[in-house]
Design a protein around this ligand. Structure first.
Ligand code: 6PG
Length: 260
């Protein structure tokens, strides 16, 4: 995949990556609120974003981000209760959302307890449809920033290699099955991801090095490497990576890569 559409920023370690991501998040939030009086954010799951969330909850960002104009959604969720240790909502809520002055209705978690995976996915899609500017618009809602992680198998959100959901067109949220437990997931599709104004991947650790090089510098093969599906049609695609994850990238500087 040519990463010419991506900007890759490399950092010494996860702390430096998270600090820069927090600064970028604040810039995007302020710009969105200034332009549109709101900033709609999609959060990732997994462990990598925890440090970013913790930093955003510190006074440096707690006191300078326009939290009361931010709305939070999830790019994917495990089909577990919201208080389950595997819940993406629980991690974000404990590390960040419960610690910042959000508008009470600003947290749009996936209501995993509301039915079958199909029912939960369609319920979340209905919630997303309320974000459209005109009721009969069938284009995907536009999020201001979508944060994503990437697994060592090249998945992102809960879009897993060779999954039948990868090719879904016209659907915004679908059930998905993960190879590792919790197996049942709900995920936004690439259609929603690629409608965003900003897509930011957070990738840390040597275990991601091989797949990151394949995703950014290898041939296009989105069935095998679903992270390659992320190609915002009008938005910016940023990769915040630490040096361990970037250790197998070869074309320094060619894809807008900056060592910071
Ligand atoms: C999930 C995530 C998933 C995650 C990657 C990376 O629900 O697990 O959305 O896509 O971002 O698996 O996870 P780590 O950050 O833990 O490596």
């Amino acid at each position: 995949m040519s990463a010419t559409g991506s900007i890759v920023r490399e950092f010494a370690d996860l702390d430096a990556l998270s600090s820069a991501a927090a600064d970028e998040f604040r810039l995007i939030a302020i710009a969105s609120v200034t332009a549109r009086d709101c900033c709609r954010v999609v959060l990732p799951g997994g462990n990598t974003p925890r440090r970013l969330f913790e930093m955003l909850a510190t006074p440096t960002y707690r006191n300078t981000v326009p939290w009361d104009r931010l709305e939070f959604y999830w790019g994917d969720e495990r089909m577990v209760p919201p208080d389950d240790p595997d819940s993406n909502f629980r991690m974000a809520n404990e590390a960040l959302l419960a610690k910042v002055p959000l508008h009470p209705a600003a947290v749009h978690r996936v209501q995993t307890e509301s039915g079958s995976p199909e029912e939960v996915a369609s319920g979340y899609a209905v919630e997303l449809s309320q974000l459209r500017t005109t009721p009969n618009e069938n284009r995907s809602p536009v999020f201001d920033v979508i944060l994503l992680g990437m697994g060592s198998d090249g998945h992102t959100a809960s879009l897993f290699p060779h999954s039948p959901v990868l090719g879904h067109v016209g659907q915004w949220v679908v059930p998905s099955r993960a190879p590792k437990p919790p197996h049942e997931r709900i995920t936004m599709t690439a259609e929603v991801i690629n409608a965003a104004r900003e897509v930011i991947f957070l990738v840390s650790g040597a275990d991601k090095a091989e797949v990151l090089a394949q995703v950014l510098e290898g041939p296009a093969d989105a069935q095998r490497l679903p992270a390659q599906l992320s190609a915002p049609s009008h938005g910016r695609l940023l990769w915040f990576v630490d040096s361990a994850a970037a250790s197998k990238l070869t074309r320094a500087g060619q894809q807008g890569r900056f060592r910071v």
